[in-house]
Each structure stands twice: as structure tokens, then as C-alpha cells.
Ligand binder design. Structure first.
Ligand SMILES: OC[C@@H]1[C@@H](O)[C@H](O)[C@@H](O)c2[nH]c(CCc3ccccc3)c[n+]21
Length: 449
């Protein structure tokens, strides 16, 4: 029997992704203001092993070297984020020319090597000065974000073909405002919905600013984790519905439908505000694409003690789990894409993040570090993408997470997602076997799978 062809559509866009605080280092160099992650990482007890982004992958200084790594893979595009506080040290007002200049140089280096820049305006590192003014809890942040976005569009839109307003607002609110594991470390069922709503108001204002100044494409990036009931018991099915609404609809619905799913009032009760109807004229904007970050699924059961969802994930027997505790479940990627199209329509989609953290024994042969589990994860998930495309999903591209091993937020440097291994003591980059496979995938547009 002939091998199935995994050839992807002509023009399919292959990339890799990173984010500013996770790779750049030099967080306060050249006039940059502190971000909430710079502040959080230097708060004792917040970061595994006391790791911080003070150096990270030293990308702020080594970006030319790293663009060479991208070129070696044959990447079509590179998804990176901009540290808002480098460009606007106080978050609004005064522009720091040296901060803007770094991103201008990075963009020029990418273009020089035929790699399309894909810029995310906000990947969690809010300027500390804005957090001091309420941050995502202050409704004025929609204007602060639009001002920042306009500065970036005027400076770089001539060379950046694709922009995203936000990366994963759900993580910001669930981690940063409800459970407190991420910056700014708040724990409040009253704050989380307000922050969530203002994130989507700001995203809408950023898109409006783009319509006034931009010439290419803008979208927003959501993490989607499909939820499957642990049993067909009504309480488990209801818990699964709540978990799905809370993570997968809470942000896409106001952005794409101009409303919230009813489950959110059910989940938050008296902590769910009665938002002004006019706000949804701002949150709902036409987008040119949506980015979906997919890693895993969750099997959900009712749990009256779990707050605020009254739902908890159930570990699956006889399945492979990554170092971050995520089940390898590629069918969830296909299911996510077909669900998204069914609920929100035929919007062009990108997988803007997909990848896995596994412990790789330091076996380097011919300059390549073997990483069979990560390679298997990539193969399986690209096959799942191919199934979604065959099912009619308008998928335009895929960005592997991540180009480099980097700072996995509060988990520190121990969780390695990179196509390239980074020795953080020497900053030496070493390609993993998955990098070699990915390069072949890109060169053959998937046929090699
Ligand atoms: O955890 C790997 C990556 C992060 O390094 C990226 O910065 C972030 O965009 C990102 N999002 C997700 C999935 C959402 C999620 C994040 C953190 C914890 C649980 C779920 C995984 N990742």
C-alpha cells in the first residue's frame, strides 16, 4: 500500500515561535522599563530554582545568530513578541528609540534572510508602570494598548506582514488574576472576569488602530484545549461544558461573536459583572486570522471542591505525558480546528504554537541531540493538522513552539520545548533531531512525514 501523502496545501506557511521575556534577556537594557514579569521573576519564591529572564537565551544580543538558526531550518516565518516596556518604558507617552530600534533591527535581519516577521504585541509582559495604574483591571488600558499598538504599526508595519494583538488572554487571567501562579500574581474571582473583559476590549482597540494605520493582517491568539467528559454522567458532561466555556469560549466569543457564553455567569456567580452592551462593539472586530495554540486535551469530571469551575482534569491511563504534565493527544488538535470552524465560521487559522517538553538525555551524535519523544509529538500533530485540512479547515500555517529552549515562565528553564537545545551556561545552541525533521517537513511541504 502506498504511503499516505501528508503533502500540505501549496503556500502553507511554516514557522517557529518565541516570546520576548522567555528568550531576550537584557530586560532593562537601553532604557527599557521593567515589565510585570521582570518584577515577578525577582520576587522570592515565584520562580522554579530562582530562574529569571535576566539573561534567558541572550537573544537581545544574539538575535543575528538566532536568525541564522531559523534560516537553517528553512522557516517561512518567525513569530515573536514585542516587550511593550522596551518601547514605552512607562507603558504610555514617551517612546524609547533604542527599544524600538531593537525590533526594527530584528525585523530587518529576518527580511534579509527571507523570513516573514509575525509580531505579537502582548505576550504577558505588561509594563510594570501600567500595572501600578491597575493594569488589566483599569478600563483605560484599552486606550493605553491602542496607543502602544499605533506606535508599533507606524514604526514597523511597512515590514511586518502579520500582527497579533494578544497571546492567550486566558492564561493571563487564570494564572495572573485568579490562581496567582503567574504575573501579576493576584488571586481574585472578582478581578479575573474584569481583566478578561479589558483584555478583549484592548484587543479590539488595537485592531481598530490597525484598521487606521495597518496595511496587512492582524489577528488574535487563543490557547484552546478541547475538553472531553470523563463519563456520560450528567454532572461530568455539565462540568465539561463549563470547562470548555471557561477556557475555550471566554475570549473567542467576545472577539468573534460579541457576547459571552452563559456558562460564565454560572461559573462566577455574583463575581461575574454585568458588562455594558456597548463594550461588545469594541471587543468584536473583524480579524484577518485567528492563531490557535494547541498542546493537549483535558478529560473532565465534576468536582464540587474545585473552584470556580467545579471541574477537574482526569489523568488518562496508558498515555504518554510531557514534562509539563500534558497528555500527547493529537486527535484533540483535529477536533479543536473543526470545532473552531463550526462555531466561529471560516476564518483563516494558524497554529501559532504547538510543541512538547520532554527530558532529552544529552546524547549528541553528529552535532544533533536526539529527542525521539519530541519528534514523535511533531509527527503526530502534523498528521492531525493534515486531517483537519482534509476536513475543510482553512488552515494557513503552523508555528512550532519553540525555536529555542527558553524560560518556561514560573517553571524556569527546566521545561525544554526548543527545536534547538540551549546550554544556558554557555549559550550554545544545538539542533535536536526534531529540528532536522522539521527542516525536512518544510523543504518537502510535509511530504516527508
Ligand atoms: O508552555 C509552553 C508555552 C509557553 O512557553 C508560551 O509562552 C505560551 O504561549 C504557552 N501557552 C501554552 C498553552 C496554554 C497554557 C499555558 C500555561 C499553562 C497551561 C496552559 C503553552 N505555552
Amino acid at each position: 500500500m502506498s504511503r499516505p501523502s501528508f503533502r500540505f496545501p501549496d503556500g502553507f506557511h511554516w514557522g517557529a515561535a518565541t516570546s520576548a521575556y522567555q528568550i531576550e534577556g537584557s530586560p532593562l537594557a537601553d532604557g527599557a522599563g521593567p515589565s510585570i514579569w521582570q518584577r515577578f521573576a525577582h520576587t522570592p519564591g515565584m520562580m522554579a530554582n530562582g530562574d529569571t529572564g535576566d539573561v534567558a537565551c541572550d537573544h537581545y544580543r544574539r538575535y543575528r545568530e538566532d536568525v541564522q538558526l531559523m534560516k537553517a531550518l528553512g522557516l517561512h516565518g518567525y513569530r515573536f513578541s514585542i516587550n511593550w516596556a522596551r518601547v514605552l518604558p512607562e507603558g504610555t507617552g514617551r517612546v524609547n528609540p533604542k527599544g524600538l530600534d531593537f525590533y526594527s533591527r530584528l525585523v530587518d535581519e529576518l527580511l534579509e534572510h527571507g523570513i516573514a516577521p509575525n509580531a505579537t504585541l502582548f505576550h504577558w509582559d505588561l509594563p510594570a508602570a501600567l500595572d501600578d495604574r491597575g493594569g488589566w483591571l483599569n478600563r483605560d488600558i484599552a486606550h493605553w494598548f491602542a496607543e502602544y499598538a499605533e506606535v508599533m504599526f507606524k514604526a514597523l508595519d511597512d515590514r511586518v506582514p502579520r500582527w497579533s494583538t494578544l497571546n492567550e488572554p486566558w492564561v493571563v487571567t487564570d494564572g495572573g488574576y485568579l490562581h496567582g501562579a503567574l504575573a501579576p500574581g493576584h488571586r481574585s474571582k472578582y478581578e479575573a472576569p474584569l481583566a478578561a473583559h479589558n483584555l478583549m476590549r484592548a484587543s479590539g482597540a488595537g485592531i481598530q488602530a490597525y484598521r487606521a494605520h495597518g496595511r496587512h493582517e492582524i489577528g488574535v491568539v487563543f490557547n484552546i484545549e478541547p475538553k472531553y467528559p470523563h463519563s456520560d454522567r450528567a454532572e461530568d458532561v455539565a462540568a465539561t461544558r463549563r470547562a470548555h466555556a471557561y477556557m475555550n469560549q471566554q475570549f473567542a466569543d467576545p472577539a468573534l461573536l460579541g457576547s459571552y457564553p452563559p456558562e460564565l455567569k454560572e461559573i462566577f456567580g455574583d463575581a461575574w459583572p454585568d458588562f455594558p452592551a456597548d463594550d461588545f462593539k469594541l471587543t468584536k472586530q473583524k480579524v484577518d486570522f485567528v492563531g490557535i495554540n494547541y498542546y493537549t486535551r483535558a478529560v473532565v469530571k465534576h468536582d464540587p471542591n474545585q473552584y470556580p469551575l467545579q471541574a477537574t482534569p482526569v489523568r488518562q491511563p496508558n498515555r504518554t505525558y510531557t514534562e509539563t504534565g500534558w497528555e500527547v493527544f493529537e486527535q484533540g488538535l483535529t477536533d479543536t480546528l473543526t470545532w473552531f470552524k463550526q462555531r466561529y465560521g471560516d476564518i483563516p487559522l494558524y497554529i501559532t504554537e504547538n510543541g512538547s517538553a520532554f527530558y532529552d538525555p544529552p546524547v549528541v551524535e553528529n552535532g544533533v541531540l536526539d529527542d525521539p519523544l519530541r519528534t514523535s509529538y511533531l509527527r503526530k500533530h502534523l498528521g492531525a493538522l493534515h486531517k483537519a485540512i482534509a476536513a475543510g479547515v482553512n488552515l494557513k500555517g503552523y508555528y512550532a513552539w519553540s525555536l529555542l529552549d527558553n524560560l518556561e515562565w514560573s517553571l524556569g528553564f527546566s521545561k525544554r520545548f526548543g527545536l534547538y537545545h540551549v546550554d544556558f551556561a554557555t549559550q550554545q545552541r544545538t539542533p535536536k533531531a526534531t529540528a532536522k525533521l522539521y527542516a525536512q517537513v518544510i523543504a518537502s511541504n510535509g511530504s516527508v512525514l
